[in-house]
Write a protein that binds this ligand. Sequence first.
Ligand code: ATP
Length: 348
Amino acid sequence: MPTAREAAGRAPAGGVGLRGVSRQFPGDPPVLAVDDVTLDIPAGRIFGIIGASGAGKSTLVRLINGLEPVTSGSIRVGDTEITGLPEHKLRAVRTGIGMIFQQFNLFRSRTVFGNVEYPLRIAGWDAERRRARVSELLGFVGLSGRARAYPEQLSGGQKQRVGIARALATNPALLLADEPTSALDPDTTGEVLRLLRRVNTELGVTIVVITHEMDVVRTICDRVAVMADGRVVEEGEVFDVFAEPRSAVGASFVGSALRDRPSDGELERLHATHPGTLLRVAQREGVGLGVALGGAAARGVDFEIVHGGIQTLQNRAFGSLTLQLRGTPEAVDGLVAEIARRTEVEVL
Ligand SMILES: Nc1ncnc2c1ncn2[C@@H]1O[C@H](COP(=O)(O)OP(=O)(O)OP(=O)(O)O)[C@@H](O)[C@H]1O
């Protein structure tokens, strides 16, 4: 589906810049929901913001679309500095921003067609253009046959696809997705995430995904910011954050998505059932772990893979394996040193 932006041959728009942004809610004591956040969300990418409940993610989204004023700092959306803009100018900025929500927020009394058409009516499109645009959007999200259905007749995944079609109706450069898959089962989650990926690659829309699930970040995001207590505790390319989380909160989210490291209980059981050395080995493409382990027998070391998980991250294999190594201490040390020349290792 060619967009107006593509037709005009413009570069992706929709980047966001936050400089020292704070938002404090009055109360006793006051709540500092967003605390001195500086962040660049580059145009044309999928940017994840992950954090536990109460970390300040939703407040950050409401600051970006101007629904909440900042207490201090400044926010740029596209080329527009939105800090301090009067409401009528903020409304104009908001027409360039689409929103989708965890609970879909569809009008129950309107059909699929009526829901997707709604923002076009508000924007003053005439009936013929509205019809053509809605049909184009429903084709894009794979719901052409469901135009006359009501939301209650749709599955969760279909409802979210309607939400996405509606959010895209007026051709926004930026899509804010607030927990877009948290109400969905794993299969439907995959379907909605694949659609969001197409929105990004085929339409060039910048997407900000708010989530508490690192699996969502792993599946579609290019960059991620980790939030805790209103602050961004780390930020970077998704691969780098997975490979080497720099904050305890980031490491815990990464662990929850990879599930490759034995828990304390599992480790205790492994030590009881697998005598010898337990070695956790980071595995990525190009590490050559197979070559190192291929030489184990010649060194007089037996090995067994006893735990681990390898997943695909930004099209690259990634994860870790826990090995049981048995042999003389010198032989085991020699093999560990050989593996350590290739990748990170940890004796558990
Ligand atoms: N309007 C408000 N008035 C007072 N406190 C608020 C308001 N909105 C949010 N907060 C507080 O700000 C903090 C951050 O909330 P926020 O909803 O942004 O977090 P979140 O990371 O989105 O969490 P969740 O995933 O549970 O929505 C919380 O302590 C919350 O109680």
